[in-house]
Design a protein around this ligand. Structure first.
Ligand SMILES: Nc1ncnc2c1ncn2[C@@H]1O[C@H](COP(=O)(O)OP(=O)(O)OP(=O)(O)O)[C@@H](O)[C@H]1O
Ligand SMILES: [Mg+2]
Length: 249
């Protein structure tokens, strides 16, 4: 018999096979083709649009599950990763950051995807300096961090392409930079690359207080998810799983 690994579908499977808690499920939604059509834009709307969408409710449930409801002292750094590309890390990270900022928390969203900085292209298309320049020591925080009216929070883009993100993120300067940033916010939301592809998320996890793992529902092979979580957990155990792109029947 051919065994087809068609991914994770339920919280029970996640608990049994990964030993992790399901923090939230996010339905597959029609995101449209233009950014302003995105349902996720509703999360950025202040006051919230009525009726509140499933996406909005899912983001609120996730924030509640990870205790991201009031000011944090000391500041907390929340990192998002997944096994592979396209599972929804950036979408969920930016929605969580915006939702928390709208509720009055001091939020910084950082794009640490130095190799493929999708969030930076979207939210800071004309800025080419960011985290990389901070880590190289060629720019100061105030030069590269900016308020994003779209996101409703502070944003630190990835910066220019660099051939060795692992060395940069693992440098002594990175410790100083992340320490300084923590002093300025309640929460730092970090979008990171896929853990099944590169070790950058492991390096970044040294700084994170909560690591949230996104899994594309009924899609990403269970074996790949397990392998990648096992590797990560040697350094930081994920706080839990988000099942994204869920198609409810
Ligand atoms: N719940 C959802 N419903 C519909 N589309 C979604 C959902 N979540 C994410 N998407 C879409 O899926 C695509 C991939 O999402 P996203 O860029 O957030 O993934 P990613 O994990 O950050 O990928 P990468 O590792 O390449 O950065 C995007 O076009 C995004 O708009
Ligand atoms: Mg991404």
């Amino acid at each position: 018999m051919i065994h087809v690994d068609s991914g994770f579908r339920t919280g029970e499977e996640i608990q049994q096979l990964l030993g992790l808690q399901l923090l939230a499920t996010v339905d597959e939604v029609d995101l449209g083709t233009r950014p302003e059509q995105h349902q996720e834009a509703e999360v950025f709307h202040d006051p919230p649009l009525k009726p509140v969408s499933h996406f909005h409710v899912a983001v609120a449930a996730l924030r509640s599950a990870i205790g991201m409801s009031g000011p944090a002292l000391p500041a907390r750094l929340i990192q998002f990763t997944s096994t592979q590309s396209g599972e929804g890390k950036s979408t969920i990270a930016n929605a969580v950051a915006s939702s928390a900022a709208i509720s009055g928390l001091r939020i910084l969203l950082i794009d640490t995807c130095i190799r493929h900085p999708a969030l930076s292209h979207r939210f800071a298309p004309s800025d080419n300096r960011g985290l990389v320049e901070l880590l190289l020591g060629t720019a100061a925080i105030r030069d590269v961090m900016r308020y994003s009216a779209d996101l409703k929070c502070m944003f630190l883009p990835a910066g220019r392409w660099n051939k060795d993100p692992v060395a940069l993120l693992g440098s002594d300067r990175a410790k100083v930079v992340f320490h300084s940033l923590r002093g300025l916010f309640d929460y730092i939301v970090v979008d990171s690359p896929p853990a099944g592809r590169v070790i950058d998320p492991i390096v970044i996890s040294e700084f994170s207080d909560q690591l949230i793992y996104v899994v594309r529902w009924a899609s990403t092979p269970r074996a790949a998810v397990r392998h990648s979580i096992r590797q990560l957990s040697r350094y930081k155990k994920p706080a839990g799983i988000i099942l994204n792109h869920v198609i409810s029947t």
